[in-house]
Design a protein. Structure first.
Lengths: 104, 170
């Protein structure tokens, strides 16, 4: 079943789009993994994750591996649906312009 | 919303690129295949000794190591993320994994029983070394094929607007 197209202003900014795109391909991802893959500072990533968590798009889990704290994030169903709808909206915009999207 | 088509296209390309990045970063490392191959040879070598103490220690230990490593790969332990394999691998990916496992088992057991019937010394060691070598050499190709399948099934992206798989396009 395809999701209805709905442009999401919260997801669209490049940094948050990068985080949500990455999480959409995973069950969960460690804070460190997201930080390193996207190339953000700890504080910048924390800020973006807090915004996404506040919207109910992600769930942040804190645990300990031995004595080391470990933080991981996963997309919630709400977040996954919002991402799918946002992608559909982007695709509609491109389709209306009669273009196709080819990766660089 | 007043998003220009170019901006929307760039956002879609960025999504594809990020998802390809996470699939590559989370893929099975080459050393995993060699580690499993080494475990197979330990089992084969122990089998040929026919000593109960060696059989009782080496085989369970190697089996636990192989199983532990495999579970760690499936759950993404140590790699920082677990790929959404149910959506990304799909039926084709699952078939490829099962087929590859059965191929290695068939090569190893077939060769082992064949060598034993021919009276060759150390048949289990030779068979597991051969099976392990096939595993270690072809494992990275299986990983690449699985990555291609996952790139084609990327979460959240449909194929209806000409989105293409960059690895297949190359």
């Amino acid at each position: 079943m395809s999701l209805p197209a709905k442009f999401d202003e919260l997801i669209h900014p490049p940094t948050r789009l990068a985080i949500v795109s990455l999480l959409a391909a995973t069950e969960w991802a460690d804070f460190k993994f997201i930080r390193d893959e996207i190339g953000l500072s700890d504080s910048a990533l924390s800020k973006q994750l807090t915004t996404l968590e506040g919207a109910g798009y992600i769930e942040i889990r804190k645990s300990f591996v031995g004595k080391r704290p470990r933080t991981s994030a996963q997309l919630t169903k709400t977040g996954r649906d919002a991402f799918g709808s946002h992608v559909a909206a982007l695709q509609e915009i491109v389709e209306r312009a009669g273009a196709t999207v080819l990766p660089r | 919303m007043n998003t220009h088509p170019d901006e929307a296209g760039a956002a879609l390309a960025s999504i594809q690129s990020r998802q390809a990045q996470v699939i590559r970063a989370s893929s099975v490392p080459s050393w995993y295949w060699w580690a499993v191959a080494a475990g197979m040879v330990v089992i084969g070598g122990a089998t040929d000794t026919r000593r109960p103490l060696v059989l009782g220690i080496a085989i369970p230990l190697a089996a636990i190591c192989i199983a532990g490593l495999t579970v760690a790969m499936i759950f993404g332990t140590g790699r920082g993320a677990r790929i959404k394999s149910d959506e990304l691998l799909g039926g084709r990916g699952a078939l490829l994994i099962v087929g590859f496992v059965w191929l290695i088992i068939a090569i190893t057991l077939g060769l082992g029983f064949g060598l034993k019937a021919a009276g060759t010394p150390e048949p289990a060691t030779i068979a597991t070394a051969a099976g392990g070598l096939v595993l270690a050499l072809s494992g990275p190709a299986v990983t690449r094929r699985l990555n291609q399948i996952m790139l084609g099934n990327r979460a959240g992206l449909s194929n209806r607007v000409g989105l293409t798989n960059p690895e297949q396009a190359q």
